[in-house]
Design a protein around this ligand. Structure first.
Ligand code: ATP
Ligand code: MG
Length: 362
């Protein structure tokens, strides 16, 4: 057993505050079963309420405060009627991402039992892959500008910035992840036939990195045909790595192929462990259903499993995912599934059922 691990809990806004208690409930159950020492500390910043009281999303010393933690467990941020989206996002999550150098965005795309895939005929087991997105550079640079603005001669340009350090480190993460999985298969997405400088260079870095991982089978796709294959042949993928823009697109398309947004988890990782990594559901604060106790807590709970894995508790992480699967597999007649997945259960009932399943499996 490792020593005590400290987790910063930031529930945020809307349904974030409803699904977070269920995430913590299941993590506490996992800690009981596996004898882990996890300490949870709650923070009220990164929320609309905090912004209304303080005029800012975060306290000035957020960096020092959160640096002391082993991981950040995050709910959802944003409430457009109360805080403009660019303020809530740029003032919280994106500060964490930059400040803590969370250069990996990781999203599992796994079809769970009882969750209908929009792809006809797909069963659990058919779709089970990861999207690894480069999270700090690439196409999302602010380098560029508008010339002759406001005239008929207007010309707009915006640069892509890729560095050897930045690309090699994301490729290493993706290869290492692929190397740990049974299929040992990595797919890299670029567009080298259209974007003629950065993308062929990325391709060459991929081949170079591949020499360090001889056991991993490497495929290189163009992004257009890759997106078609996500939909037509999702069973062909194991780990998929891409630049910031392409990864952004794939990391929405992938979870969409596996059903409802309420179950999808994600992680923003600093692999060097110099800074805390952040674990959050893919969904947002969903003001339309907030306050009704019907939000699906599975995305939050599954993100907690990813956090356990990152903290070195692979068995506990696998047990949480199995408990989610077992509860889903029983269907809406025997499990309190939330309305988005065809049941009449509440957020708290579904969270409790998963925690109970986890305890019973011990
Ligand atoms: P963001 O601005 O971050 O995209 P959002 O508040 O627009 O977030 P999304 O997460 O994009 O909300 O979700 C879109 C819709 O899907 C929500 O309005 C809600 O109806 C539904 N939804 C999202 N998450 C859940 C959930 N956990 N359980 C049930 N329904 C959900
Ligand atoms: Mg949205």
């Amino acid at each position: 057993m490792t020593g005590r691990q400290r987790i910063a809990v930031i529930a945020g806004d809307g349904i974030g505050t409803e699904v977070m208690p269920e995430g913590v409930r299941v993590l506490r159950a996992a800690a009981d079963v596996f004898g882990l020492s996890l300490e949870f500390t709650e923070f009220d910043f990164a929320s609309a309420e905090y912004y209304e009281r303080h005029g800012d999303m975060l306290p000035e010393d957020w960096f020092e405060t959160l640096s002391a933690f082993d991981a950040i467990y995050f709910g959802a941020v944003g409430w457009p009627d109360r805080v403009p989206d660019h303020i809530s996002l740029w003032g919280s999550l994106l500060k964490f991402r930059r400040g803590f150098d969370q250069y990996v965005n990781l999203r599992p795309c796994r079809l769970m039992p009882g969750i209908p895939s929009p792809l006809a005929g797909r069963e659990p087991g058919d779709i089970d892959f990861y999207v690894v997105r480069e999270n700090t550079e690439g196409e999302y640079s602010s380098v560029g500008g508008i010339m002759f603005e406001g005239t008929d001669r207007e010309v707009v340009l915006q640069e892509t910035v890729m560095s050897r350090t930045g690309v090699d480190r994301i490729l290493d993460f993706a290869f290492e992840l692929a190397d740990r999985r049974p299929a040992r298969h990595l797919t890299s997405a670029t567009k080298s036939n259209g974007i003629s400088i950065t993308m062929p260079w990325w391709d060459s870095r991929v081949r170079e990195a591949g020499r360090r991982f001889p056991e991993v089978r490497l495929d290189q796709y163009h992004i257009d045909i890759l997106t078609a294959n996500f939909v037509l042949h999702p069973d062909r993928f194991d780990v998929v790595v891409a630049s910031n823009l392409f990864g952004d697109i794939l990391s929405d398309l992938g979870p969409a192929c596996t059903g409802t947004i309420g179950v999808a988890p994600s992680a923003n990782i600093n692999p060097s462990r110099e800074f805390p990594s952040l674990f959050e559901p893919v969904h947002g604060s969903a003001p339309d259903i907030a306050g009704r106790g019907i939000a699906n807590p599975i995305g939050q709970i599954w993100s907690g499993a990813m956090m356990l894995e990152h903290l070195g508790h692979e068995d506990a992480a696998a047990a949480v995912v199995s408990a989610i699967e077992a509860v889903l597999a029983k269907g809406a007649r025997r499990s309190p599934l939330t309305p988005d997945i065809g049941g009449t259960g509440t957020t708290a009932e579904l969270g409790a059922a998963i925690a109970e399943e986890l305890g019973a499996s011990a």
